[in-house]
Design a protein. Structure first.
Lengths: 635, 205, 322
């Protein structure tokens, strides 16, 4: 299919008009009102990165306190707030938002779409996340940070044992944040169902997108359990209900069940997108697609489903009936299988392909090493008898850092280096990146490996100090030294990214020769992503000359339009008009913030005013429906 | 497919041959309703967990034994209220705005009746036990209250759609918001069935 | 290499550590065996992945060829088939050990009640009236001890790493566990569920004694023998009984019968103050009485206004409560 020069001219004119229509001025209003998924995705990454830094500083303080027995760097109260905030912030304010940031920035591009299905909802989700994070961290500044541990067991977190505002910050802050996570999940699912490029049938959807979609389904079903748990706790604390109070007929184990029904899927909500990042990175550095694609997809979905059936393994020591113990132990052991499938799929990809070593691949290798080590200790915890001996000790602290840092942080850092050209148009220094990897990898293992030992030697978790002479001292000291090395490595990561963005060379188009559509757009992509809607013929559209040639010559899709395709096999269906920038998402988030602050401070008229304001903003947001040229409904 | 992908595939002849595609709004509302349904499922599961952990007697106090007349009347008002909505939606699909407006009005009236009946129910019950009396009181008011909130929001949504239809916003081609509002209302109805069985009927079985 | 290091360390540096790999009880010994079984399987699994990874990285220099195959058999066997077999075996062994943990060894049994408080352990010997102590448990060797666990406030967890896996203390609920010690010695136990400010200082010591020694200890705990007191000690007892101590504490044989705080009948021989917060010597005990908040901030005991002249007498009295 050749283009004549006349056709090329019309195309150039159409593209120029598209540029004009999609251009966003660099103004304050545009910054607050943007709904561009790439800008929002970047914001998620930066904000989540900042929260990671704050939570990391919390951790350094904890490790400094524990460097020696009887340390007095921190008071018990300070320590308890710090370890609670470290866990809560890392899980809720860093891990999922960071991965949703990657999802935001990349899913529309990988699908060949112009933006997410609900761009304004996307912006709203970011603002809510930012405000929820600010509420929670400002509590730390004010000395009323939550101090009940990240899983906040009752009765400790109920009245009368936690009388202050700390746990209200926890319950309300997390419910608030949950609005953002749920909105993001619905957005991802609908985008992946309806906005795929023509020809991208389900068996041609990139593994990263499968991971994000599976995660989003998990969010939809798991977050209600957390929201219910927190809402009931807030009612107990503020309005005198008795859900968790045995004296009045309530039950304290209810909290643990509800929390872990959310909590266990949550760790997979964190890990699955990161595994998706690994699947996205490998093809470029192995020069072939990920092996056994159908098995990997199946494994992703199976993990998501089974994760809802293992929660009681967090409660093995609470006195559950032995039938429950055996069932949950079996499910917990079984969930290893789909993870194992993914690990061996990646190893096969590397074995069958030709490995090219660059920084992103180094972090993938670091991930595999660490995640597998964390995985084997995870199997151990699935065996009830062993769990009863070693849970709530430093052995479990070691385990979950191996699977969370190994399973999520390594891929995240790898993803940052890999997608830096897409996010910013720059490439980071290979040398700095390798040094950063070495420090992070070495520092991580020096910090967390000794914790296996101190745990086996009987050191419990969540203790602000420990006595000397029990054999725990040397391991704690090693961990602390390791944590400083790890911090240096992470700082180096930040430095290398900042340097690249500020002063690095412009990236060549598609510098890694990646296989998915984000590399077929410009580097970095134009605001409209693709001038013509891509057509997909296989799993690796950016390696497919059919897709690439059509991208260059197909007619331009004008205006703020996107194409909807059918759910299963991505046949084109119709066009829709995409919303342009709007301040309403920010206003809605602010109105919700007012509700949260009103409830937090027990200023109920303020909370009600906030509810009214939210309704008003939402009505304005959804009013009136706009007509497009094609007569289609605006979303 | 030649290089005129979107023009050809979205031309009226091409579209006429396809079944009506589900819109992104439809999927979004389904996603929202699913997560809210999961929330109610968790609350009802919590009810049963606390009930069985508590053991006999249940409810803990004799006066908490729920009388069934008013809830059954409420059910008789709420469940059929889905029918006018379906009728209304079919109406606008056939280009009959009067059916839309009448159907919506009927549903709104039934919804408001449900809410008023619930206010009456609360008034009598609050004399016996409150949110803070014991765990049954906490469960009863929290669950029914949360559902009540959803019904109120549903009435608001339907009223807003009614107002929009009075301004002539809908036609046989353009009535997506009616469908979305209908999905939400049906969801609210179904949840009531769950609550009826859990909170009211289970203790009598 | 790392594995050997681990094995070496754990054997060697477990001197006084409450180590799960230096076991002295039936329950913990079971889990110790289970641990080594799973440990070696894990080492093999991890090495398998590392070797494959290493090979993939190494061979990139030698082979520039990309094999396009689907690799499903490779992934299916190594990622699902083989692991499944191994996991079933591990699960089976684990189930067997779980059953052994649930059923205590047969034989005559002693019953103890342990009640968790913030942040100390109340210990009651169910069959012997008046045998109540705090932050310490004595048990006879080679006998099954049934322990009934309840909490007076928040969740705690009772963990004696060298004797038995942990069981939580759940508010509004009664849990049961058992101990069966196989050798004489003292074994540290601790609270393993975060319970607030001083969770770090909620330890206790389990002393395993020969049966006869235990019987004598228990008898003296329930009904302390009369003691010959020096003048100073008699003065000290007077200070003790005159002060506010008896409102919260019990010392059998005196007028002090309070139950809000730990039983002090054997305070003189207790292994520490404040369940691990401070050593039990005259200096620390004096400091504790005058201001407990300085040694264990946040605990329930308010400072006691003991006149400086009376303090040495009081201390000398408390010292002989063994």
């Amino acid at each position: 299919m050749t283009t004549t020069s006349a056709q090329a001219d019309t195309r150039a004119v159409a593209v120029a008009r598209l540029e004009e229509e999609w251009q966003e001025q660099r103004s304050l209003r545009s910054w607050f009102a943007t709904v561009d998924h790439k800008r929002i995705g970047r914001r998620y990454l930066i904000t989540a990165g900042a929260f990671f830094g704050l939570a990391g500083i919390d951790a350094l303080l904890l490790r400094t306190q524990l460097a020696r027995a009887g340390g007095d760097v921190l008071s018990p109260d300070q320590y308890n707030q710090l370890f609670t905030m470290h866990g809560t912030a890392m899980i809720f304010l860093f891990a999922t938002p960071m991965l949703f940031g990657f999802g935001n920035a990349l899913v529309p591009l990988m699908l060949g779409a112009r933006d997410m299905a609900f761009p304004r909802l996307n912006a709203f989700g970011y603002w809510v996340f930012l405000f929820a994070g600010l509420v929670m961290f400002s509590s730390q500044l004010l000395g009323v940070a939550p101090d009940g541990g990240w899983f906040a067991y009752v009765p400790l977190t109920d009245l009368p044992y936690s009388p202050g505002r700390n746990l209200d910050v926890y319950t309300l802050g997390l419910i608030f944040l949950g609005v953002s996570t749920t909105a993001g999940a619905i957005n991802f699912i609908v985008t992946a169902i309806k906005l795929r490029a023509p020809g991208m049938s389900l068996n041609r959807v990139p593994l990263f997108v499968w991971a994000i979609v599976a995660t989003s389904f998990m969010v939809i079903f798991a977050l209600p359990a957390l929201n219910a748990a927190n809402a009931l706790l807030f009612l107990d604390r503020r309005f005198g209900t008795h859900f968790y109070q045995p004296e009045a007929g309530g039950n304290t184990l209810l909290w643990q069940h509800l929390f872990w029904i959310f909590g266990h899927p949550d760790v997979y909500i964190i890990v699955l997108p990161a595994l998706g990042i690994v699947s996205a990175i490998l093809p470029a550095f192995c020069r072939r697609g990920v092996a056994a694609y159908p098995l990997v997809v199946l494994a992703t979905i199976t993990t998501a489903i089974i994760s809802f059936g293992v929660w009681a393994h967090h409660m093995f020591a609470t006195g559950l009936p032995s039938l429950s113990l055996s069932f949950f132990s079996a499910a917990s052991v079984l969930i290893t299988i789909p993870s194992g499938i993914q690990v061996f799929a990646w190893v096969a990809t590397m074995l069958f392909g030709r490995v090219v070593v660059r920084v992103p691949l180094l972090f993938v290798v670091g991930f595999i090493v660490t995640f597998v080590m964390g995985g084997v200790t995870g199997v151990m915890f699935g065996i009830t008898a062993f769990d009863m001996q070693i849970t709530d000790s430093y052995f479990v602290v070691a385990h979950f850092h191996y699977v969370l840092f190994g399973g999520a942080v390594f891929p995240i850092i790898g993803g940052i280096y890999y997608w830096l050209p897409v996010l910013t148009g720059k490439v980071a220094s290979e040398v700095l990146g390798r040094w950063a990897f070495g420090l992070v990898f070495g520092g991580f293992h020096l910090t967390f490996f000794p914790m296996h030992l101190s745990g086996l030697l009987g050191m419990p978790r969540r203790v602000y100090t420990y006595p000397s002479g029990l054999g725990w001292d040397v391991w704690n000291l090693l961990s602390t030294i390791g944590s400083y090395i790890l911090a240096a490595g992470l700082l180096l990561v930040v430095l290398s990214v900042v340097l690249a963005v500020a002063r690095g060379p412009r990236a060549a188009p598609d510098p890694w020769d990646g296989d998915t559509l984000e590399w077929a757009a410009a580097t970095p992509p134009r605001p409209y992503n693709f001038a013509s809607i891509p057509q997909v013929f296989g799993l690796h559209p950016a390696w497919d000359s059919r897709t690439l040639s059509r991208l260059a010559s197909d007619e331009v899709l004008p205006g703020h339009q996107a194409m909807l395709t059918s759910e299963l096999d991505a046949r084109p269906q119709r066009l829709v008009s995409m919303p342009e920038k709007s301040l309403r998402p920010l206003l809605a988030a602010l109105a919700l913030l007012v509700v949260v602050l009103g409830l937090l401070g027990a200023v109920y008229w303020l909370a009600i005013a906030g509810v009214v304001a939210t309704i008003v903003v939402v009505v304005g947001w959804l009013w009136p429906p706009q007509l497009t040229e094609a007569g289609a409904e605006a979303p | 497919m030649t290089g005129r992908l979107f023009t050809e595939s979205t031309a009226p002849e091409a579209l006429a041959a396809e079944p009506a595609p589900r819109s992104i709004g439809w999927w979004g509302m389904v996603g929202f309703v699913t997560t809210e349904a999961a929330l109610f499922a968790v609350l009802l599961g919590t009810f049963f967990y606390l009930r069985f952990q508590h053991g006999e007697p249940w409810p803990p106090r004799e006066i908490e034994r729920t009388e069934l007349t008013v809830p059954l009347i409420m059910t008789a008002v709420l469940l059929p209220s889905s029918l006018p909505v379906v009728w209304a939606e079919r109406g606008i699909r056939r280009g009959q705005p009067w059916r839309l407006r009448l159907g919506l009005t009927a549903t709104i009236v039934m919804g408001l009746t449900f809410l008023s009946l619930q206010v009456m129910e609360y008034r009598t019950k609050l004399r016996e036990f409150t949110l803070t009396t014991d765990v049954f009181g906490s469960l009863f008011y929290a669950i029914t209250g949360f559902h009540r909130l959803h019904v109120a929001v549903g009435v608001l949504i339907l009223s807003w759609v009614l107002a929009a239809s009075l301004r002539g916003s809908f036609s046989s081609h353009k009535h997506e918001r009616v469908s979305l509002a209908a999905i939400y209302w049906h969801f609210v109805d179904l949840v009531w069935v769950g609550i009826l069985f859990t909170v009211y009927l289970s203790q009598h079985l | 290499m790392a594995a050997a290091l681990v094995a070496l360390c754990l054997a060697g540096c477990a001197e006084s550590a409450p180590s799960t790999l230096d076991t002295a009880g039936t329950g913990a010994r079971r889990v110790e065996g289970l641990w080594w079984f799973m440990f070696w399987i894990s080492v093999v699994a991890v090495l398998e992945v590392f070797l494959l990874l290493g090979w993939a990285l190494w061979k990139r220099r030698r082979e520039a060829r990309v094999r396009a195959g689907d690799a499903t058999p490779f992934v299916g066997v190594l990622g699902a088939g083989l692991p499944f077999i191994v996991l079933v075996a591990v699960y089976g062994v684990g189930l067997r050990d779980l059953n052994a943990l649930i059923r205590p060894p047969a034989g005559p049994q002693l019953s103890i009640e342990v009640i968790g408080h913030r942040w100390w352990w109340e210990v009651r010997y169910a069959d012997t009236a008046g045998a109540i102590t705090a932050n310490e448990i004595h048990i006879p060797v080679n006998q099954t001890i049934r322990i009934r666990l309840t909490t007076a406030d928040v969740q705690h967890s009772f963990w004696v790493p060298q004797l038995m896996p942990k069981t939580d203390l759940i508010a509004g609920h009664v849990n049961e566990t058992w101990l069966h010690a196989e050798r004489i010695g003292t074994f540290r136990a601790l609270c393993a569920e975060y319970c607030g400010l001083q969770h770090a200082n909620m330890s206790l010591v389990v002393t395993v004694q020969p049966a006869e020694e235990f019987r004598i200890w228990l008898r003296d705990l329930a009904a302390p023998p009369a003691r010959d007191l020096t003048d100073q000690q008699r003065r000290g007892q007077a200070v003790f009984e005159a002060g506010a101590c008896g409102a919260c504490h019990t010392v059998r044989g005196t007028t002090a019968t309070g139950t809000i705080g730990p039983d002090l009948t054997t305070i003189g021989s207790r292994w520490s103050l404040g369940a691990g917060a401070a050593p039990n010597d005259k200096g620390h005990l004096g400091g504790w009485i005058v201001n407990p908040q300085s040694l264990k901030p946040g605990n329930q005991m308010p400072p006691q206004p003991v006149p400086a002249g009376d303090l040495p007498d009081l201390l000398s009295y408390l010292e002989i409560l063994r």
